[in-house]
Write a protein that binds this ligand. Structure first.
Ligand code: UDP
Length: 484
């Protein structure tokens, strides 16, 4: 193989939008630093449109397809993959092997695989190249995930349901957390995701380093603690530390480069129905409601949400993923759409979320607290009404409400159906606290922009450190190979 001076990284995303999108943006950042990037469309799950949504990707990054193990999975957004990801390992091996033997290109100097693709450590080991992980949740979530093997060893996981309120106090750097608020996949051993998740928690410990979609200034205490913690998962005293590199927020540059008062990116594409509707609304008047790319609400819950929004008197843009509705019941309370015609807009499809959050009409975000949504909201200075549903969203909600105080709580994961009264009351609390919430969100927005854009910003430094570390590893490996 040739010995190109340029580094080459192979990026392997987990096939869910909240995981693939930030990895695409990382690909673009690495490209701008002179790294050659191969991005594997692991399940061919990213559409042409997804890929195009990342400006300039075509010319910057080579996208390859690893193959689709089963045709009926095409277009599915998540879960079935978790049971089958390991089937992709031989495909990834073939890809990396091919890249090693191509002469016109640099062989890969590292793999960056998603936090749920620990199985690719086999490929990295086989070719003796470092494997980095992209962690697409916050640093607090990483601290928790790294501690899971210990909680399993102690017999505290899976959760004994009579102990859901019990506090876990020994996760390094993380405040006491209810067992019920730990990542939901870790709670029920009968769900297929349990074993998958537990295995990935362990495999994370074997990574060369962990890149996190966060920035130091957002979570300084968690990040300091992660860097200082010695993990001893084998229990034999052979402790190890992990290289921790916050490289987020992984958003398109345009949304980080603008000043906080400039809402230009949100107001450009007037053809989109959501943006068109927002254009007709007064500044800072609309609550944007979205539960991300995976979660669905029951019909009963949609009724309560809709009635609560109506009762609150606020304007709203509500995006709803169509729920399973075997009885074909009406999705909204009778007459709701007509009554709220002037103040509300319901959208049952994919919304251009970053543009929506950047629109001058938007004042707040009722969110399921997915980490990408949380970062997007903070980076556009929008305050939140936290409505966590699944995965690690309960912990993200605590972070938004208690740690950075950029939002208020609507409900907790364990609350069951959230009543209309509760929704309306949460909106009232949000209005009352808006001034201080906004101040906090704006401060974090400014810090994110500085971390990403300033010459000596923390994200710039971490990316440079990462590239230097990979470069160093590559040169050492070439020396070893050369001396054979
Ligand atoms: N998203 C979007 N339009 C939608 C729903 C979601 O653009 O209608 C994007 C959103 O901006 C974010 C991602 O999809 O980048 C969702 O990721 P998140 O981590 O918030 O939640 P998940 O979907 O993984 O639960």
């Amino acid at each position: 193989p040739c010995k190109s001076k340029r580094l080459h990284a192979v990026l392997l995303p987990y096939p869910a939008k909240g995981h693939s999108i930030p990895l695409l943006h990382l690909a673009m950042r690495l490209h701008s630093m002179g790294v050659v990037v191969t991005f594997a469309n692991t399940y061919n799950h990213l559409s042409e449109e997804d890929l195009r949504s990342c400006d300039g990707l075509d010319s910057a990054v080579r996208v390859v397809r690893l193959g689709v193990p089963s045709p009926e999975w095409v277009g599915l957004e998540s879960l079935p993959y978790s049971e089958h990801v390991e089937e992709l390992v031989p495909e990834a091996e073939r890809l990396v092997e091919e890249l090693f033997t191509r002469h016109e290109d640099a062989p890969p100097a590292c793999i960056i695989s998603d936090m749920f693709l620990g199985c690719f450590r086999a490929v990295a080991n086989k070719f003796n190249i470092p494997r980095y992980v992209l962690f697409t949740s916050p640093a607090g979530g990483l601290a928790t995930m790294l501690h899971m093997p210990e909680l399993i060893k102690q017999g505290r996981l899976p959760i004994d349901h009579t102990k859901r309120e019990e506090l876990v106090r020994d996760i390094p750097g993380v405040p006491p957390t209810r067992l019920a608020d730990l990542p939901e996949p870790m709670q029920d051993p009968h769900k297929p995701f349990y074993t998958f998740y537990a295995r990935n928690c362990e495999q994370m410990h074997e990574a060369t380093g962990v890149l996190i979609n966060t920035y130091y200034e957002l979570e300084p205490t968690y990040i300091d603690t992660l860097r200082e913690t010695t993990y001893n998962i084998n229990g034999d005293g052979s402790g190890h530390r992990l290289s921790i590199l916050p490289v987020g927020p992984l958003l398109p540059e345009a949304y980080l480069a603008t000043s906080e008062n400039d809402s230009a990116p949100g107001n450009v594409d007037a053809r989109d129905p959501c943006l068109q509707w927002l254009d007709s609304q007064p500044d800072c008047s609309v609550l944007y409601v979205s539960f991300g790319s995976l979660a669905t609400l029951s019909v009963e819950q949609i009724h309560e949400l809709a009635a609560g929004l109506e009762a609150s008197g606020e304007r709203f843009l509500m995006t709803i993923r169509p729920p399973e509705n075997p009885e074909n019941a009406p999705l909204f309370p009778e007459g709701f759409v007509e009554r709220t015609q002037k103040v509300g807009f319901v959208w049952m499809s994919w919304a251009p979320q970053l543009k929506v959050l950047s629109h001058s009409a938007v004042s707040g975000f009722v969110t399921h607290c997915g980490w990408n949504s949380t970062l997007e909201s903070l980076c556009r200075g929008v305050t939140m009404l936290a409505w966590p549903i699944q995965a690690e969203q309960a912990m993200n909600a605590r972070f938004i409400v208690d740690d950075v105080k950029a939002g208020i709580e609507v409900c907790r994961v364990t609350d069951g159906i959230v009543s209309r009264e509760r929704v309306a009351k949460a909106v009232k609390v949000w209005v009352a606290e808006q001034t201080s919430l906004k101040r906090n969100a704006r401060r974090l927005q400014r810090l994110a922009m500085a971390a990403v854009n300033d010459k000596h910003g923390s994200v710039q430094r971490n990316l440079l450190d990462f590239v230097a570390e990979v470069q160093h590893g590559k040169e050492s490996l070439e020396q070893v190979n050369g001396s054979r």
